[in-house]
Write a protein that binds this ligand. Structure first.
Ligand code: GDP
Length: 338
């Protein structure tokens, strides 16, 4: 058995090859839910759904979100309607009282659907309607995701990190507080980051299924340490569980160069070195790292395996996954020998 921790790009890429290294039914994937928002009354779970759509063979691999060749008729009409009456297409938070009313799972990240600031495809929207309706019928997020995983014939076990609400909020250098989705989707990562808050995390819990999964060896795929893995580490008991099992992390950097996304800005914003060294410092519980062959970083006291860590296709993913397997074997043997 093996457990992957996933954000929305790096680990889903790695999973394309992981199923050639481990049996799919021995793989659990814990997905970040700090990025989730309620938009127009529907709960959108970007990281969970990227794993869902990738495993189901329908992911749009140009964007790494949404369903390939999806139509956007409803989205276009929502924007046209709002524009027509001068309401615009900027993010529209529900008022402070509405943030903590209504669905428990939607707290602190509730947006009006007017002008719909995120592009939600028509088939994609059917997933959000189904998930939200299952929650309204009284199921947990874990149960709702399980139903969707069956619908997409997912072979791996997909687990949201928590059934409780956690919202990743960005405090900007200008003193604003905006949700991660406003920061990344509406403002394209432009505002300078002063701090990142995981609202609700302290009162949230990893689910029982996640706790079981964390008793197995863990692979942290190339992920954004701040906004993809950070919300998980902020959950009570999560980091302790990781310190008690073999953990290998794939660096999302080559030295101080990221492959994609806002990881460097976010790490610098929270006072960490935006580099492989900073990733290693963020994961004190990690026993091993998989670094790129061109990455000169030395990590003292940690087992290091090297390979070309760029993942462009399933063969690349398989190579990196095999390197993770080797690293896990090395640190597991060392633990047994101790
Ligand atoms: P998000 O949820 O989309 O923000 O993304 P993730 O948490 O999945 O993190 C994306 C991270 O993966 C970024 O920091 C990238 O640098 C890294 N990444 C993307 N593609 C690759 C790749 O092919 N190889 C490696 N090693 N890292 C990658």
């Amino acid at each position: 058995m093996v457990t992957f921790l996933a954000g929305g790009t790096g680990t889903p890429k790695l999973l394309d090859g992981a199923t050639r290294v481990w049996d799919a039914d021995s793989i659990s994937v814990v997905a970040n839910t700090g990025d989730d928002v309620e938009l127009g009354g529907h709960l959108v779970c970007p990281d969970v759904d990227t794993v869902l759509f990738a495993g189901g063979g329908v992911l749009d691999r140009e964007t790494w979100w949404g369903i390939a060749d999806d139509t956007t008729a409803t989205h276009e009409e929502l924007r046209r309607l709002a524009d027509e009456v001068g309401l615009g297409t900027e993010p529209r938070y529900l008022d402070a009282k509405a943030q903590t009313a209504g669905r428990e799972i939607a707290r602190w990240r509730r947006f009006s659907g007017v002008g719909e600031f995120m592009e939600i495809g028509d088939r994609d929207r059917a997933v959000h309607v189904t998930r939200t309706s299952l929650l309204d019928e009284g199921r947990t997020l874990t149960e709702a995701v399980r139903v969707l995983a069956d619908a997409f014939d997912l072979e791996v076990e997909l687990l949201p990190m928590s059934d409780d609400p956690v919202a990743t909020l960005i405090h900007t250098a200008d003193g604003e507080m905006i949700h991660f989705q406003e920061y990344w989707v509406a403002r394209r990562g432009d505002p300078a980051v002063a701090d990142v808050e995981f609202r609700g995390a302290r009162g949230a819990e990893p689910t029982a299924a996640v706790r079981d999964a964390l008793a197995e060896p863990v692979v942290i795929g190339p992920s954004n340490p701040v906004t993809s893995v950070g919300p998980m580490l902020a959950l009570p008991g999560f980091e302790t569980a990781l310190s008690e099992t073999p953990v290998v992390a794939v660096s999302p950097f080559v030295d101080d160069e990221v492959f994609s996304g806002p990881a460097a800005d976010l790490m610098a914003g929270v006072g960490r070195d935006p580099s492989t060294a900073g990733v290693a410092a963020s994961y004190p519980f990690a026993d091993a790292f998989v670094l790129d062959t061109d990455d000169p970083t030395e990590l003292e006291g940690r087992h290091v395996e090297r390979t070309d860590t760029r993942i462009d296709d399933a063969d690349d993913a398989e190579r990196v996954a095999r390197t993770c397997e080797r690293a896990l074997a090395a640190v597991s043997d060392a633990e047994v020998a101790e």
